[in-house]
Design a protein around this ligand. Structure first.
Ligand code: 5GP
Ligand code: MG
Ligand code: MG
Length: 184
């Protein structure tokens, strides 16, 4: 593991850098099998998706487009507010398109339930949800990912795109913060 002064804030590692990369290669292969004869549009949910998205689109090696939407249901807290806001709207027409949604983590399901309805209303032909992490313990909406990287326990995780107060997104692995970090 490369040196990092973020490591000292981590209580435990849940998914290592090597495990993440191996799993993303598998997810990329599965996407290639499903979409190689289509021209899908990847839609990443900002900001948490940005590192996963970069690795996933390269692993899939599909003729495809890349687009982003900004959604927010968190206000620097570790729990969802349940109310989803669009902070940066889609810039392209998605009607008739096969959409691959790329999310960092599926938790309560509020964000992806909102996004699925929103994209169906905009005329998406199909919606495939890919999430790096799935935390089923706290689901409030009946929504499942079509592909997911890892199931994680009911703990607040950071790293590989996921933040706490906008920090730790650049950590190479997924981990749980020490409790004292939250009380600082
Ligand atoms: P949901 O709407 O499914 O509750 O949560 C969606 C968003 O909440 C995720 O895209 C992510 O940004 C944030 N989130 C949920 N659980 C966690 C977590 O354990 N760690 C971090 N850093 N963000 C989380
Ligand atoms: Mg997210
Ligand atoms: Mg966040």
């Amino acid at each position: 593991m490369a040196k990092s002064n973020m490591d000292q804030d981590i209580l435990k590692v849940l998914v290592t850098e090597d495990e993440i990369h191996a799993r993303i290669r598998e997810l990329g292969d599965q996407l290639y099998d499903r979409f190689h004869d289509k021209n899908p549009m990847f839609v990443g949910v900002l900001s948490g998706c940005f590192i996963f998205m970069a690795d996933l689109v390269r692993a899939a090696q599909l003729k495809s487009e890349v687009e982003f939407i900004g959604l927010s249901s968190y206000k620097n807290a570790t729990k969802s507010s349940g109310c989803v806001q669009i902070t940066r709207d889609l810039q392209r027409d998605i009607s008739g398109r096969d959409i691959i949604v790329v999310e960092d983590i599926l938790d309560s399901g509020n964000t992806l339930a909102f996004l699925k309805d929103y994209m169906l209303a905009k005329g998406a032909k199909s919606i495939t949800i890919v999430t790096l992490l799935d935390k089923p313990a706290r689901r409030e909406k009946a929504i499942t990912a079509d592909l997911s990287g890892f199931v994680v326990p009911d703990e607040f995780v950071v790293g590989y795109g996921l933040d706490y107060c906008q920090q730790y997104r650049n950590m190479l692995y997924i981990g749980v913060l020490k409790p004292e970090v939250y009380s600082k």
